[in-house]
Design a protein. Structure first.
Length: 433
């Protein structure tokens, strides 16, 4: 991502709650790095957000997460000045948000932004389509155009056929989708979401997460979402900002958070994250793959390398490194010794199991276990990029299991996991019990 892709820039934003006198003292103490607790004790002012800086790129799914009271929701609201930042700079699509007057700010919110909250906020006396087009009505859009926009949004969230029903006829998940459709109908530059799925039961929540992942991939919408749910963040986020006591501790991709947590707090926060769900083939694949090309057949060097590396055979590629399949070592040896077999060696090529760079380890696992041959990693054009071996995959998963065992050995319950217990976790007892 380059600088031209930046759609939101937040620089040194702080949010302090208190009276005028306490705010002056608190701002001064902030510059001297006095702790949140000491500022509250000395001035009575509460530092909800402290010196937050980040950028969001066009089409990115950016997650802000942390434990209750960390300041994540306040930061989200500060972005469009639903709460007035005490300090800092905010720029949306090149526009200086902090210097907008009331009318300009309302225009920004109505034309470039949309918000989805945990509470659906539907109007019970309006039908689904009337709820979806309400924001467009307020904007003064012509009836025919807003009806088209509303129906497009309803289609995007999968509620075709429900447009004439009223909210009380809809399930919780469907009502939330109406709220999403209402936001999408405005065609916002940025969609802000604050715990949008936390009021839903687990099955509907997972369904909505998948729906959002699909929508974001299809329409490339820029989304900034607040959540306290680790699985949700790891599943949806392109990048995740983790907050603690009003400060952003680390901003990273899901993979980077799991592999390189910035400190012990982040490490404990993501301790329950499964590497199998987060890490992808690109993290464990070996790019040094033994190949033999149909364009330049060299049996002896290939056989020698297969033997030295104790592999079972070689991948077969064409002159453009496109994967054609695999061939076993004994087939290569037979072809190298027999002229007739050498001439028809390509007939011995078998289909190879493949996966993509972005496949999670959970997705790759069944393939790797199924075959005695490494699984090829290819791009969309079928070009061979690397391989995943059974040993490497199992080694990575064992580290994941050992880390979970370490959590239990230290007397930590699974309830401490920000995601909450899974069904299989509910019978686990701590060592101290």
């Amino acid at each position: 991502m380059n600088q031209e892709d930046i759609i939101l820039r937040v620089q040194n934003v702080s949010q302090i709650f208190g009276n005028k006198r306490s705010l002056t003292s608190a701002r001064r103490m902030l510059t001297h790095e006095v702790s949140r607790e000491d500022i509250l004790k000395e001035t009575g002012a509460f530092v909800a957000v402290r010196d937050a800086s980040f950028v969001v790129h066009r089409g990115e799914f950016f997650i802000i997460m942390g434990l209750s009271g960390c300041g994540k929701s306040t930061l989200l609201r500060a972005i469009i000045r639903l709460v007035e930042p005490s300090a800092g700079e905010i720029e949306i699509d090149g526009q200086d948000v902090m210097n907008l007057d009331s009318a300009e700010l309302r225009m920004l919110r109505s034309t470039k932004m949309a918000m989805v909250f945990q509470r659906f906020g539907l109007q019970p006396h309006r039908s689904v389509i009337e709820n979806v087009e309400f924001g467009l009505l307020v904007m003064g859009m012509e009836p025919a155009e807003r009806r088209i926009r509303a129906m497009d949004a309803i289609t995007q969230v999968g509620l075709n056929g429900w447009e004439d029903h009223y909210p009380n006829a809809l399930s919780g998940g469907m009502q939330q989708r109406v709220g999403v459709a209402r936001a999408l109908a405005r065609d916002p530059l940025i969609l802000l979401m604050d715990e949008p799925f936390s009021g839903l039961d687990p099955l509907i929540r997972q369904r909505m997460q998948r729906e959002f992942a699909r929508l974001q991939a299809e329409i490339g919408l820029t989304i900034i979402m607040v959540t306290h749910d680790l699985d949700e963040a790891l599943t949806l986020g392109d990048r995740i900002a983790i907050m603690r006591d009003g400060e952003i501790v680390q901003i990273a991709t899901p993979e980077e958070l799991v592999i390189n947590p910035a400190d012990e707090y982040i490490e404990s926060f993501i301790e329950g994250a499964s590497a199998a769900k987060v890490l992808t083939a690109r993290h464990i694949m070996d790019p040094d793959v033994i190949t033999i090309s149909t364009n330049n057949v060299e049996f002896e060097p290939t056989i020698s390398k297969v033997k030295s590396e104790r592999e079972r055979g070689s991948f077969v590629i064409d002159e453009n490194r496109k994967l054609l399949g695999r061939i076993w070592l004994h087939k290569l040896i037979d072809a190298s010794r027999d002229e007739k077999l050498r001439a028809g060696w390509a007939e011995q090529i078998e289909p190879a199991l493949t996966t993509t760079m972005d496949a999670t380890l959970s997705e790759a696992f069944p393939l790797v276990i199924e075959t005695r041959f490494p699984v090829a990693v290819v791009d969309e054009a079928g070009t061979l990029l690397g391989q995943i071996t059974k040993n490497k995959l199992l080694e990575t998963l064992m580290k994941d299991i050992e880390r979970d065992a370490h959590v239990i050995d230290n007397g930590e319950t699974v309830a401490d996991d920000p995601r909450g217990p899974s069904p299989s976790d509910q019978t686990v007892q701590t060592v101290t019990d």
